[in-house]
Design a protein around this ligand. Structure first.
Ligand code: DAT
Ligand code: MG
Length: 143
C-alpha cells in the first residue's frame, strides 16, 4: 500500500476536554508519521469551505458555529493506507454507534461533539490539507 497523507483535526470539544495528548498518542502509537501540527480557531470562511459538502444539510450552520467556537488542533499524518486507517481509529460518525477501541467509541457520546475529524478519501485529504496548511508548513522527515 502506497504512503498517503490525511488531514486530522481535534475539534473544540476535544481540546476543551484535554484530549489532545490522548489523540496524538493513539495516532503516534499506531505508527503514523506527523507531518504538520498547529492550533488555531478557524474562521467561518475556513469552516464553511471545510464542510462545504454539507452546505445543504440542516445541521450545517450549527456545525460551522461549533467548529469555529474555539481552538482546533489541525494535523497532517502520513503512512501506508493512513486515510482509511485513521477513519478506523476515529470510529463511526455517531459516537453511540462507534466501536469500543475507537476514539469516538471510547471518548464521545454526541454526534455534534464527536471530538475529531478525519479525511474520508484521497480527494478530500488533498483538498483539506491544502485548505488548512501552506505547503511550507508540511515537514517531511525520516523516522
Ligand atoms: P465524519 O465527521 O464522520 O466524516 P460527516 O462528514 O458525515 O461525518 O459529517 C461531518 C460532521 O457533521 C460530523 O462529524 C458531525 C456532523 N454531523 C453529521 N451528521 C449529522 C447529523 N445528522 N446531525 C448533526 N450533526 C451531524
Ligand atoms: Mg466527513
Amino acid at each position: 500500500m502506497a504512503p498517503e497523507r490525511t488531514f486530522i483535526a481535534i475539534k473544540p470539544d476535544g481540546v476543551q476536554r484535554g484530549l489532545i495528548g490522548e489523540i496524538l498518542g493513539r495516532c503516534e502509537r499506531k505508527g503514523f508519521k506527523l507531518i504538520a501540527l498547529k492550533q488555531l480557531t478557524p474562521s467561518s470562511e475556513l469552516a464553511e469551505k471545510h464542510y462545504g459538502v454539507h452546505r445543504e444539510r440542516p445541521f450545517f450552520s450549527s456545525l460551522v458555529d461549533f467548529i469555529t467556537s474555539g481552538s482546533v488542533v489541525a494535523m497532517v499524518w502520513e503512512g501506508d493506507g493512513v486515510i482509511l486507517s485513521a477513519r478506523n481509529l476515529i470510529g463511526a460518525t455517531k459516537p453511540l454507534e462507534a466501536n469500543a477501541g475507537t476514539i469516538r467509541g471510547d471518548l464521545a457520546v454526541n454526534i455534534g461533539r464527536n471530538v475529531i475529524h478525519g479525511s474520508d478519501s484521497s480527494e478530500t485529504a488533498a483538498f483539506e490539507i491544502s485548505l488548512w496548511f501552506q505547503s511550507s508548513e508540511l515537514n517531511d522527515w525520516s523516522p
